[in-house]
Design a protein around this ligand. Structure first.
Ligand SMILES: Cc1ncc(COP(=O)(O)O)c(C=O)c1O
Length: 387
């Protein structure tokens, strides 16, 4: 299958957040949406839904796993060797909602939550709004790669101030560093989670975009003990570019959380829509040819970024995802290099400091676009950098 690259004129007419927020003449490479046409299989499923029945769906009772339980379980087994239980799957509008619900039912106000920094922007704010103090542990640059600091994490989980963490929030593959955590790292996290009785909320939305040479291991696949305390969350919003259809799934291994979710269906949070469910099912059951084509292009683009970035910007090839975490500190552009690149290069990057203090001096570049657009924006970055 070939992926028809969208040209600039077509892209700039897009009305989603990524392109609509870019001023005239500016190339957006910030929010995590891809600039590719949708998979034809998903398109057909959506048209079919519109042409058949847009009335109330017949799957409002999800206590048996709902309309995506089987598709999720087959996908997890086929792709990642994870024997998920289809009856543990519940639907949510998006990753963030699933996380919020899991925190709401699985922890209490005041319970600290451990997570790794740099932190994907909405998460810290979300935890603060829910009254769960975030305990961020930096992922360190060590031996030429981003590494978890497991000792520091253990200290934070125990609670330096005497208040232990109640939950661990894991993003694997990690946004923005692009790390795909190794089995021994996950085993160590699982050991910590069991020892300290943590609820683990594992956001694995980037898993399907893992590059050759790396292997995504779902956290819940590490052991039965891990699975029983883990809520695994994913959707098609990254790998299949479906953020606008608002449909995510959570595999809720924790019985108390699952029962609480079922007891509150239709009371506390809404329902996903039929289009989102059909799109995600089509992606998982028929979208692989499209996904393989996209991954081939992304794999080339991630090398292109390395070849064309100017000296002075640090970049390690991400192990997954189309997000390049650019270390601009050596350029002396201050805390927010994205402001410099917007002004001088007319390229819109994601501001690193939005990922917390660890992101100061960094910017995140989204390379999920056509090679022509990527070349143009890398040329602009190169031309803007002094020297
Ligand atoms: C790791 C991670 N989790 C969650 C989200 C947000 O997903 P959603 O819009 O489905 O809530 C993103 C978006 O880029 C992400 O990178």
């Amino acid at each position: 299958m070939t992926l028809e690259a969208l040209d600039l004129a077509t892209l700039s007419r897009r009305d989603g957040e990524k392109w609509a927020s870019a001023p005239d003449g500016v190339l957006p490479a910030w929010v995590a949406d891809m600039d590719f046409p949708i998979s034809p299989v998903i398109r057909r499923a959506l048209v079919n839904r519109i042409d058949t029945d847009l009335g109330y769906p017949a799957w409002y009772d999800e206590s048996d796993g709902g309309p995506l339980g089987e598709a999720f379980a087959e996908r997890m087994l086929g792709r990642f060797g994870f024997a998920a239980d289809p009856t543990h799957v519940r639907l949510f509008t998006d990753i963030n909602q699933a996380m919020q619900v899991a925190l709401h039912f699985g922890t209490s106000p005041g319970d600290p939550v451990a997570l790794h920094a740099p932190v994907c922007p909405p998460f810290t704010e979300m935890l603060l709004k829910l009254g769960r103090p975030p305990r961020a542990v930096p992922i360190r640059w060590h031996d030429e790669r981003w590494q978890l600091d497991l000792d520091r994490l253990a200290d934070e989980v125990r609670g330096r101030d005497g208040v232990p963490c109640r939950a661990l929030f894991l993003v694997n593959p990690h946004n923005p560093t692009g790390r795909v955590f190794l089995r021994d790292e996950l085993e160590e996290l699982a050991r910590l989670a069991v020892e300290h009785d943590l609820l683990v909320i594992s956001d694995e939305v980037h898993a399907e975009l893992t590059y050759d040479g790396y292997r995504h291991i779902p956290f819940a696949a590490i052991s039965e003990a891990a699975a029983a305390r883990t809520v695994t969350i994913t959707s098609g919003s990254k790998a299949f570019n479906l953020a606008g259809v608002r449909c995510a799934v959570a595999h809720i291994g924790v019985k108390e959380v699952r029962d609480a979710v079922d007891a509150h269906r239709g009371i506390l949070f809404g329902q996903v829509n039929a289009l989102g469910v059909d799109a995600l099912r089509a992606a998982w059951t028929g979208g692989d040819t499209w996904l393989d084509t996209v991954k081939t292009l992304l794999a080339r683009n991630r090398l292109r970024v390395a070849e064309r970035l100017p000296e002075g910007i640090g970049y390690r090839l991400p192990e997954a995802t189309y997000l390049a975490w650019l270390d601009c500190r050596a350029l002396g552009l201050g805390e927010d290099p994205s402001a410099f690149f917007l002004d001088r290069a007319k390229v819109m990057l994601f501001r690193g400091s939005e990922f917390g203090p660890e992101g100061r001096g960094f910017a995140r570049l989204n390379f999920a676009t056509s090679p022509a657009v990527l070349d143009e924006l890398l040329d602009r970055i190169r031309a803007a950098v002094p020297g």
